[in-house]
Design a protein around this ligand. Sequence first.
Ligand code: ADP
Length: 316
Amino acid sequence: MKKLVSAGEILVEIMAERIGQSFLESGPLLGPYPSGAPAIFIGQAAALGQPAGLIGAVGEDDFGQLNIERLRTLGADVSAIAVHTGHATGTAFVTYRADGSRHFVFNIRNSAAGLVGIDAAAQSMLAGTDHVHVMGSSLFSDRATEVALSAISTVKAKGGTVSFDPNIRREIMQASGMREALDQVLKQTDVFLPSGNELFLFSSAGDEKGAVDDLLQRGVSCIVLKKGADGAAYHDRHGTVALPGFAVDEVDPTGAGDCFGAAFVSFWLRDAAPVEALRIANACGALAVTRKGPMEGIFPLAEVEAFATTAGKGQP
Ligand code: ADP
């Protein structure tokens, strides 16, 4: 089976317990939960049985250990997660507003997460890697961008492939050169996984079809547009496949896009038909929102299959 790797921020997430709760005053918190978009992605891919590894950095502290243990339990290769002394593991504090939007307070760049690099362990992991997945949020500094671009060029040089989720998090993506970095990744992308309006980041077209055509012309092999509770649509040169979302009670949207992307890419790497990859990805995205905590809704393949079969009855 093909191995996939991602590189970037490893965090713990701590969330406000009540919707509308503000961090301007003390209040009850939940967590810590293991998190970081590339970590969620790799954890979900591993849970689906895909060989998957993460390049990143944590501090020598409980939060770092929590992340490494969770990823290891899910079956991920954690050999390229560096443990640093002198820096604490990255954190994200999140509050949910009444309108459903989220507000984050991140500590990434100045935490151990900011020390991500290609050391000997990462080099050795990349030597055995067929596919690199890049999260836009992982381009949070020049150093982190260099890691992503270097992973892409190592894997592309031996005929590998790349997937890219813009995962725009304005709170952390303020680095100068961000736009250029996103463009450089897109140029080398085979599978593009935007969510909602992120489809229009690289196209001035006014509608979905126009933006998709632009991207296909620029060399992207396929575009998978995530549409929250409405499911997702797959586009390539041959046409479009769209599937509705599975009906679930959403308790926490964080991590849905990462779990969705991990499932889609894992099945794409197995040469599954787009409709099958989309079905499993929709199931993983739906399951992800049913649990509080970004990685708490990651399930193994057998449970995802069982959910998709049961919940999918009556769907087209
Ligand atoms: P992102 O987290 O990247 O913004 P989305 O919110 O579109 O992405 O969620 C990713 C995928 O997760 C969706 O395409 C869908 O398959 C699934 N999903 C998300 N929210 C729900 C929901 N409320 N009900 C069912 N499925 C959902």
